[in-house]
Design a protein around this ligand. Sequence first.
Ligand SMILES: Nc1ncnc2c1ncn2[C@@H]1O[C@H](COP(=O)(O)OP(=O)(O)OP(=O)(O)O)[C@@H](O)[C@H]1O
Ligand SMILES: [Mg+2]
Length: 243
Amino acid sequence: MMLEGRNVTKRFGGLLALSDLSFQVEKNEIVGLIGPNGSGKTTLFNTISGLYKPDAGRLFLKGVDITRKKPFQIARMGLGRTFQIVQPFEEMTVLENVAIGDLYGSGEGSIMKSRDKALEILEFVGMKQKPSMLAADLTLPDRKRLEVARALATNPDIILLDEVFAGLNETEINESIALIFKIRDNKGITIFMVEHVLSAIMKTCSRVIVLDYGQKLAEGTPQEVSRNPRVIEAYLGGAVCSK
Ligand SMILES: Nc1ncnc2c1ncn2[C@@H]1O[C@H](COP(=O)(O)OP(=O)(O)OP(=O)(O)O)[C@@H](O)[C@H]1O
Ligand SMILES: [Mg+2]
């Protein structure tokens, strides 16, 4: 098992953002996490990666309990992530942004080695033409790609992708889907991804977990969950169920 959550609960004051949530992600899977706005998807990623501590429940990475570990420890144990709101170091170059990911993920201080690794990753994600551009000057698709490159640089076994397709056009989405398969197939990295672009989820994921109000509403193949009346109702507020 690559990643497992058991009965995870996270509260913000009176708000129950995650409620007794259990889930599993197997090695080499591409699993989707979907749900309406505010259903707890990003909160789950923040809790898995150690930014938030759960109020109850436990999290395991490759069988090791990570519930009380710090973000940098969890990163070094093999969990990489992107952020929904991309946050590169704007005044640094693309190359520097990726090299920092390697320094953070490996915990070693060899700048030259991190630089070489960063160049290799930029080629892998299709940005080898742009190492010296400032992150601030990148277009949205390239900012998203840089975010993925930074996560890859931490040398993960599993990567959490939070809406890496948001704001992309159809061609760019198809390129991103190809990149996700390449990350899994060439690098052997397991993928757990939050996405609102359901057509992309259908093409990419073998299994989908649906959240609603912090609870698991459904789980199954993309076809199964997209036909599930409870899922349709959660997304559309019941509008189609009355017909
Ligand atoms: N740091 C925080 N403090 C207080 N409330 C929070 C915090 N982070 C999230 N929330 C609340 O928790 C709930 C879940 O938010 P979350 O960001 O996880 O949703 P989401 O499923 O990622 O939504 P979206 O699809 O819009 O990104 C929301 O009601 C949100 O307002
Ligand atoms: Mg979110």
